[in-house]
Each structure stands twice: as structure tokens, then as C-alpha cells.
Write a protein that binds this ligand. Structure first.
Ligand SMILES: [Zn+2]
Length: 285
């Protein structure tokens, strides 16, 4: 089928207390591996790319590859911009055919973040593309950005309510204790904060930095409105470690049709493991 919007799949997940897995993809190998994992569990799935990946792979290539994988897939697949860094990047994605975008103005002062997100929402909604935005500061390293632990800041529920109301976004990424990249110690999620924010905003919540968050914590968050869970780091780590193993064990190989196979299979296994955590219910059309 064609690429789908995240609007329908996230709202169904939100209403029925499950979540959609959103996986960072960089090339055809990973896209096919993610689609295979989702398909084996009959689950909708989101491909997402950061601006850095768009610069590396090329926006038209990503859109064409994702469209082709989606058309051959039996499950709904959406193509999402993760951590959109400017109005211009979002416009490029809308023009290229992305079916979902995030604008990340979380480094801006509150009012400037609202102004930026409102502009993006007006443009994206005009072409029926839903928007995710972030408030607060999620720690760790994402794309070219790095946030020190001491600079992370949990989202204030009052500001969250005002932010969502003013901007009319479709999904909200608050900071509640997760971080991007690999965790040094087990992350402690603030469930009371997630619950409070969820009650105040009434739209799907996105968990960033879910690689390494324990299964019980991810599952507990689903009852409080977390409907999209982002995984990237674990996929990258597993892909490269299996590729490295293969190359070390087969030093004379020169065949990409062989050395990518174990890496691709490893990504499919991780995707299955992650999607299984998200308690997908077959309520979507
Ligand atoms: Zn993120």
C-alpha cells in the first residue's frame, strides 16, 4: 500500500493503549529489515529519518525507497521526519512526500518554540500531514546535537498544556526521563509526569530514546498515552556489530549480497522484539 499518515495509526494506538514503533532508517537494507519485522507481527510501523540522514542519503532517495518498501508491504508504513531542525527542512519533506513530520524547537525559548511550531502546523495541515513537536530537553546525543545530563529538563505540565493548545500539534514529545543514545545506567521514567501531561493535553505522547528502556517501563507508559516509541541506537549498534563480525570472520569477502544479510536479519529480530513490547492491538483498519 501507499505510505500512510501517522495521524490515523497514532490515534488508534492512543485510544486503545498500545504504541507504534518508530525506527531510524538510513538505507534500503534497514528499511527492508524493519518492514520484515513489522510484517511478521502484522503491525503498522514508522520509518523515520533525521535531517542528518536526509543530508547523507538524499531526500528523494529516501522517499522513493520508503514508498517502494511500503507498496510491497502488507502493513501500513509511514515516513516521518525526526527532529526537524528548521521550517525549511519541514517544507522540503512535505514537498518530497513525507507523511509525518516533527519540528524540534525545544532549544528555543517557550514563546519562540510556539511561533515556529504554529507556522509548521499551518503549512503541514494544509497538505494533511500531522506534526509532532517537543517541549523540555531530552538528554543524550541525537544526530548532530548533544545534551549534557545536567542540561536535561523535564517538561512542565502547565506549559505542555498551553503548548499543545496554542500550536494544535498532533502528537507531543515531552521530556520525562528518557535520553537519546546508550544509557550509562537504567533510565528512571517519571510516570506521574507522563500521566499528568497526558490528562492535560489529550493527544498521543511520543517516547524518544527508547533504546535501553526496560520492557516493563515502556509497557507501563502505554496506559498513560504513550503511542509512538522511537528506537534508533540499538538498531545501529546491532547492524554494525553483525556486519563487523561477518567481515572479521570472512576477511576475503567482497560480496554485499552476503555481508549485509546477517546485519539485516539482526535488525529484523530487534524490530520484532521492540514491536512485541508495544502491545499492538488489531484495531486499526
Ligand atoms: Zn528523539
Amino acid at each position: 500500500m501507499a505510505l500512510v499518515s501517522t495521524k490515523v495509526i497514532l490515534e488508534d494506538a492512543y485510544k486503545n493503549h498500545y504504541a507504534i514503533g518508530a525506527f531510524g532508517v538510513h538505507n534500503l537494507e534497514v528499511m527492508k529489515a524493519v518492514a520484515a519485522g513489522a510484517e511478521s507481527l502484522d503491525a503498522p510501523v514508522i520509518f523515520q529519518t533525521t535531517p542528518g540522514t536526509i543530508r547523507y542519503t538524499g531526500i528523494d532517495y529516501i522517499q522513493a525507497l520508503a514508498t517502494m518498501v511500503a507498496e510491497k508491504s502488507k502493513v501500513p508504513i509511514a515516513l516521518h521526519l525526526d527532529h526537524g531542525d528548521s521550517y525549511e527542512t519541514v517544507m522540503q519533506c512535505l514537498r518530497a512526500g513525507y507523511t509525518s513530520v516533527m519540528i524540534d524547537g525545544s532549544r528555543l525559548p517557550f514563546n519562540e518554540n510556539i511561533v515556529l511550531v504554529k507556522r509548521v502546523v499551518e503549512a503541514a495541515h494544509a497538505v494533511n500531514v500531522p506534526v509532532e513537536a517537543e517541549l523540555g530537553t531530552i538528554g543524550g546525543v541525537e544526530d548532530d546535537l548533544s545534551v549534557e545530563d545536567k542540561d536535561t529538563q523535564l517538561t512542565d505540565p502547565d506549559l505542555a498544556e498551553e503548548f499543545v493548545r496554542e500550536t494544535n500539534i498532533d502528537s507531543f514529545a515531552p521530556a520525562f526521563g528518557t535520553a537519546h543514545g546508550l544509557y550509562k545506567s537504567e533510565p528512571k521514567l517519571n510516570f506521574r509526569l507522563i500521566e499528568t501531561i497526558s490528562k492535560r493535553i489529550g493527544c498521543p505522547i511520543v517516547m524518544h530514546g527508547a533504546s535501553g528502556v526496560p520492557e516493563e517501563s515502556v509497557q507501563k507508559s502505554l496506559q498513560f498515552g504513550v503511542s509512538k516509541v522511537n528506537f534508533s541506537t540499538e538498531l545501529k549498534v546491532e547492524f554494525v556489530s553483525r556486519l563487523r563480525d561477518y567481515l572479521v570472520n570472512n576477511p576475503n569477502t567482497d560480496d554485499p549480497r552476503k555481508y549485509f544479510v546477517p546485519a539485516r536479519e539482526a535488525v529484523t529480530e530487534i524490530v520484532k522484539e521492540k514491536i512485541s513490547m508495544l502491545q499492538i492491538k488489531k484495531t486499526y483498519a
